[in-house]
Design a protein around this ligand. Structure first.
Ligand code: CP
Ligand code: NVA
Length: 304
């Protein structure tokens, strides 16, 4: 496996499937008395330049369960926000810690961090990718009985970081992905191109949510206004009208389909309260699975 995990395409399909199966294993045994603690004495630095509930807590508790320790570094806590070059931070942290998880704006920042750090770097979300989220989502789809090589996923809404990671996963594993996005809010053209280069997936952008959702196994959505886009909120609310998941749209998916959302959710915008709270919603399983699959990732990446 590569030293760093910055995007889904950093993995081979075999490595990805192995992580999911190890994530399921950690779900069974992690946190129990007598469970293995392979990262005893190891420390993960967690740099956050954006807010987080799930990513912060799942990585921190995951490290504890692995026998290690996590350091939470908010924007106020480090010299990065005062202009220290990322490569200097990366080199200094590498002298203390065994891994770095970073949530920031530009993908280039995590790439610079990874190339300067001698320890593994994990992308905890950038404007372009959210690979840890999609690992947890794939684990959730698999535990709900879907075949990751054959399923059909409909992504409804904003073709942003989470959608980009779904595009990479579809091409890596070979499943069908339909993205229903308003004009101007499609996934990154560069990610689409790079992922399809030797991709096996059937990935297409459509304009009609019902067309995407037809016979889908998984309906997925993300917020319409992501972190850092707050000033565009009004324009986005107008542009995304009709691109929410409601009971009507869910009715066009396959019987037994599940609904996923990375969270945080804005009920009444990208998803209705009825669907969020309904029997087909898998959103809190996804949130839980973040921790288990990230434990698998940390175990794999941090030498011990
Ligand atoms: N899904 C996710 O990454 O949630 P947080 O922003 O709370 O970390
Ligand atoms: N697209 C969202 C995901 C939050 C987990 C954001 O970037 O804010």
């Amino acid at each position: 496996m590569k030293k760093d995990f910055l995007r889904i395409l950093n993995l081979t399909s075999r490595e990805l499937l192995a992580l999911l199966s190890s994530g399921r294993e950690w779900k069974r045994k992690g946190g129990r008395r007598g469970a293995p603690r392979p990262l005893g004495g190891k420390t993960l630095a967690m740099i956050f330049q954006k807010a987080s509930t799930r990513t912060r807590v799942s990585f921190e508790v995951g490290m504890t369960r692995l026998g290690g320790h996590a350091l939470f570094l908010s924007p106020a806590d480090t010299q990065i926000s005062r202009g220290e070059p990322v490569r200097d931070t990366a080199r200094a942290l590498s002298r203390y810690v065994d891994g770095i998880m970073i949530r920031t704006f530009l993908q280039e920042t995590v790439e610079e961090m990874a190339s300067a750090a001698t320890v593994p770097v994990i992308n905890g979300l950038t404007d372009t990718h959210h690979p840890c989220q999609v690992l947890a989502d794939l684990m959730t789809a698999q535990e709900r009985g879907f075949d990751l090589r054959r399923m059909k996923v409909a992504f409804i809404g904003d073709g942003n970081n989470v959608a980009n990671s779904w595009v990479e996963a579809a091409h890596l594993l070979g499943f069908t992905l339909r993205l229903a996005c308003p004009k101007g809010f499609e996934p990154s053209a560069r990610v689409m191109r790079e992922a399809s280069a030797d991709g096996k997936g059937d990935v297409r952008i459509v304009r009609d949510p019902a067309e995407a959702a037809r016979d889908a196994d998984v309906l997925y959505t993300d917020v319409w206004t992501s972190m850092g886009q707050e000033k565009e909120r009004r324009r986005r609310l107008a542009a995304f009208r009709g691109f929410g998941i409601d009971a009507g749209l869910l009715g066009t998916a396959r019987k037994g389909a599940i609904v996923m959302h990375c969270l945080p959710a804005h009920r009444g915008e990208e998803i209705t309260d009825e669907v969020m709270e309904g029997p087909q919603s898998a959103v809190f399983d996804e949130a839980e699975n973040r921790m288990h699959v990230q434990m698998a990732l940390l175990e794999r990446l941090i030498p011990h």
